[in-house]
Design a protein around this ligand. Structure first.
Ligand SMILES: *Cc1c(COP(=O)(O)O)cnc(C)c1O
Length: 357
């Protein structure tokens, strides 16, 4: 099978009638820039996440920039981030005039930032550490918080793959100074573009609101209405993602040549934003992806190439070896997962992977 729409897309974004009506109401009202819907969304999102404040922004990248500013990151200051993430986690440090320090992740079973690597890379210039909750699976926030508190450094959470994960019942996004969420099209809760900074700190919330305006990072009524409408289904959507993830883990457990990051019990703590696999014979990573796409119309992705290997980062930060991140970048394949995926579609993905391997 070649060309045309994929038989099984990586993500599937379905709008319900309520979503369309909510947007149409805003357009009819004539109030498009931030107003009462943005405020209503901020209250509802703060409640969903279990934080005192939510500040809606134009993107998660904007929220990360505001969070690093709130952490005091300025000229030549350092922000420690994992090399396995979306580039914005790191690039937001440059926007503050500082620089990202890219460090390794825990292992091939856990793509969260490694607390030992964080500790080893702390310097007097470190102002913040950003923990990315990869695919919604909790990074080691308890250890990271202890470490950051002992060094007087801010912990920021990149929860772009959330919401609704937790560690011991405490929601992801509430473990540090601020948590940053994304409402980009392919995220769990999507509105095209958008983000939010959540915090329990009144000063951080106030600073973020002021800087949001100055920097042109405002959200708007149209997207606030859309994301509010979609939020009413997010718990159900995450429950479906968890069920599909458990099912993937059962069906893929005995496939030779694959390993499954994370453990079965981690699934209940995660938003299950994506389904990552590791192809053990890394020289076949590309062929596996090509085979399932060309023969079966199944879209896959690579989350993520290691940032320290990007030319732009090598030019700015120099060449470095970050071994686990490099291994993840060579072996990882992200396969389709979305709330409305059917068991039949999932069976097709599993059969295609077995054949490819
Ligand atoms: C998508 C993403 C971002 C950026 O989100 P935007 O809303 O597109 O700016 C940041 N971090 C991670 C881990 C992401 O996946």
């Amino acid at each position: 099978m070649t060309g045309g729409a994929p038989a099984v897309p990586l993500f599937d974004l379905r709008m319900e009638q309520d979503d369309l009506d909510a947007v149409a109401d805003v357009l009819r009202s004539g109030q498009l820039s931030a107003g009462e819907r943005v405020e209503a969304f901020e209250s509802a999102f703060a409640e969903l996440v279990g934080a005192r404040h939510a500040v809606a922004t134009s993107s998660c990248t904007a929220a990360l920039h505001l969070a690093y500013l709130a952490a005091g990151v300025g000229f030549s200051d350092e922000v420690i981030v994992p090399s396995i993430t979306f580039a914005a986690t790191a690039s937001a440090a440059f926007y503050c005039g500082g620089r990202p320090i890219l460090v390794d992740v825990v292992g091939e079973h856990d793509f969260g930032i490694d607390p030992a690597a964080v500790e080893a890379n702390m310097t007097p210039r470190t102002r913040a550490v950003c923990a990315v909750h990869y695919a919604g699976y909790p990074a080691a926030v308890r250890e990271l918080r202890r470490l950051c508190e002992s060094r007087g450094v801010a912990l920021i959470e990149d929860v772009a793959h959330g919401p609704l994960g937790d560690v011991d019942g405490q929601p992801l996004g509430t473990w540090g100074l601020a948590g940053c969420f994304s409402f980009f099209s392919n995220k769990v809760l999507s509105a095209g573009e958008g983000g939010a900074l959540v915090t329990d700190d009144d000063d951080v919330a106030m600073t973020a609101r002021v800087r949001r305006r100055e920097l042109g990072y405002d959200f708007d009524e149209i997207r606030a209405a859309l994301v509010l409408s979609r939020m009413s289904r997010v718990r159900e959507d995450v429950a479906r993602r968890r069920r599909l993830t458990r099912r993937y883990r059962r069906l893929l457990a005995d496939v030779d040549g694959l390993s499954l990051p994370y453990r079965d019990e981690d699934v209940e703590r995660s938003s299950c934003y994506v389904m990552p696999l590791m192809v053990l014979a890394t020289e076949h990573q590309r062929q596996v992806r090509e085979h399932v796409l060309v023969r079966h119309g199944i879209q896959t992705s690579l989350l993520y190439p290691a940032i320290h290997e990007f030319t732009a980062y090598v030019d700015r930060l120099g060449s470095q070896r970050i071994p686990v991140a490099e291994r993840v970048a060579r072996a990882e394949v992200t396969v389709p997962l979305y709330g409305l995926m059917t068991d039949e579609q999932q069976d097709r993905v599993v059969a295609a992977l077995r054949e490819a391997l």
